[in-house]
Design a protein around this ligand. Structure first.
Ligand code: FAD
Length: 451
């Protein structure tokens, strides 16, 4: 562990606030500089994605920080995806085997507030209204914009928790090229709201993540503890109808929802107004060749590996990064050694979840109501019961376990081939050749140590 245990975090969002707790609890002297004002005084200036799905990886990190109790108090359990096809029956597809395998819908602002409070209670110094502008790595001075002033802050090392548009990343790249590449998704998103029912309750099933899959576009809705749902419409920015190019006005949105999401129309009374008032968000995957600059600076969370939101893992992955960095800082002799070991451990895993997140968009918008997809999901559950600890559904490995994402990706690819081969041409599981399939599973998959 380095002798001088002082560190400066740039960005007091989700990852910055959590990392501040983890390090302050381990005796580090932590300064956090956040561009926005103090949300506990001024209210949370959110912007995007009002609520988020919290899964085991994020929850584990919150446990390490002693924050899980406060966070879960305000969370809404989601047992599975509630699929609303255009024609046919709506229904719940469970994510796991029972209520021990669920995810949680949490409010971004409340989560940030809880984490900032705990960070401060452990001695982290929070500097709001301080936006990083420039870093002189030679002189070890970071300069922040504080209202009309420029404030110089001497630092030992910087951690970039300043999100996808990271200024620290840009400053590091002036010293050493980071190999940055951003792949913009040609789809965007817009948020809408389902308010509470007249009696103050939820208007639709609260304990689920709702999906309206429509092929090349979709809506989802996550519950909030104040009995509302945040609805997110994902669709292409441009091109054939419907896209954000062909659906621009409130009336055009009403027409689209009337045709394609008719059951949501009575649920979203302010659709026309909100569609026009709320911006279209952009989505991208950020790839870097390197995340750190010797022992001077390191990036994590969205600043290092922003991803599309379709696996609900961006924050979960960022929180897992925080635990990993805090552990490496404990173990390594120097900051440079800690940052290098952190990057070596986390980069392949971040790349794996970035890929799975892109793949999951197609699954959510196009596959969840297909017969062959449903048959393969049913077979996954049977194989999980026949081969406990060996065949574990893809979603469970990513969401309910903490095995490295890269391992989850590798095993998922093997399993997908087994599922496709075993169900090809079948309408039910009755005709599955179990002896052959069991042998194939045993040959292809080692038991998982962590299962
Ligand atoms: C539509 C959508 C839905 C999502 N859903 C989920 C989900 O269900 N589950 C999930 O796990 N993830 C989800 N994510 C991803 C998740 O939001 C991010 O991965 C997560 O917020 C990353 O945390 P972070 O702390 O790295 O960055 P951020 O949360 O972006 O925080 C960065 C902080 O840095 C501050 N900052 C920026 N620039 C500066 C500067 N120059 N100086 C000082 N401070 C600065 C910002 O004000 C902010 O507070 C979703 C994302 C989107 C867009």
């Amino acid at each position: 562990m380095p002798a001088d245990k002082s560190i400066t975090l740039v960005g007091g969002g989700l990852a910055g606030a959590l990392l501040a707790i983890l390090l302050a609890r381990r005796g580090w002297s932590v300064d956090v500089f956040e561009r926005r004002g103090d949300p506990r005084v001024e209210g949370y200036a959110g912007g995007r994605s009002i609520n988020l799905a919290l899964a085991e990886r994020g929850l584990h990190a919150l446990r390490q920080a002693g924050a899980d109790g406060d966070v879960l108090q305000q969370a809404v359990m989601m047992r599975g995806r509630f699929v609303h096809p255009l024609a046919g029956e709506s229904g719940l597809q469970r994510y796991g085997r029972d209520d021990s395998e669920v995810i949680w819908s949490i409010n971004r602002g409340e989560l940030n507030l809880v984490l900032l409070d705990i960070a401060e209670s452990h001695g982290a110094r929070l500097h709001f209204d301080h936006a990083l502008e420039q870093v002189d790595f030679g002189a070890r001075i970071a300069t922040f914009r504080h209202h009309a002033e420029r404030v110089a802050h001497p630092f030992r090392a910087l951690v970039g928790t300043d999100g996808a548009g990271s200024t620290l990343r840009a400053e590091m790249a002036k010293v050493l090229p980071l190999g940055e590449r951003t792949d913009w998704l040609d789809h965007g998103y817009k948020e809408l709201e389902i308010p509470p029912a007249a009696d103050g309750g939820f208007r639709i099933e609260p304990n689920a993540l709702h999906i309206w899959p429509r092929g090349h576009y979709m809506c989802i809705a996550l519950p909030n503890d104040e009995r509302t749902f945040t609805v997110t419409l994902f669709m292409p920015h441009r091109g054939a109808h419907p896209s954000f190019e062909t659906v621009q006005t409130g009336d055009e949105a009403l027409a689209l929802f009337g045709e394609q999401f008719p059951d949501t129309l009575p649920l979203i009374p302010a659709l026309r107004h909100d569609y026009e008032a709320n911006p279209v968000g952009n989505l991208a995957t950020l790839y870097l060749d390197r995340w750190h600059l010797g022992g001077d600076a390191v990036l994590l969370g969205d600043a290092a590996h922003a991803m599309v939101p379709f696996h609900g893992q961006g924050m979960n992955c960022a929180f897992e990064d925080c635990v990993a960095l805090a552990d490496h800082l404990d173990r390594a002799r120097t900051l440079a050694e800690a940052f290098a070991a952190f990057e070596a451990e986390r980069k392949p895993n971040a790349e794996a979840i970035q890929r799975m997140a892109l793949e999951n968009y197609i699954e959510m918008r196009d596959r969840v109501d297909d017969a062959d997809y449903l048959l393969q999901r049913a077979l996954e559950l049977v194989l999980q019961a026949r081969h406990p600890g060996r065949f574990i559904p893809h979603y469970a490995m990513v969401t309910f376990m903490r095995i490295p994402y890269a391992l989850a990706l590798h095993r998922s690819e093997v399993q997908r081939r087994l599922l496709e081969d075993a169900t090809r041409g079948l309408a039910t599981l009755d005709a599955v050749d179990w002896a052959r399939l069991d042998a194939a599973v045993l040959a292809a998959l080692e038991p998982l140590q962590d299962a």
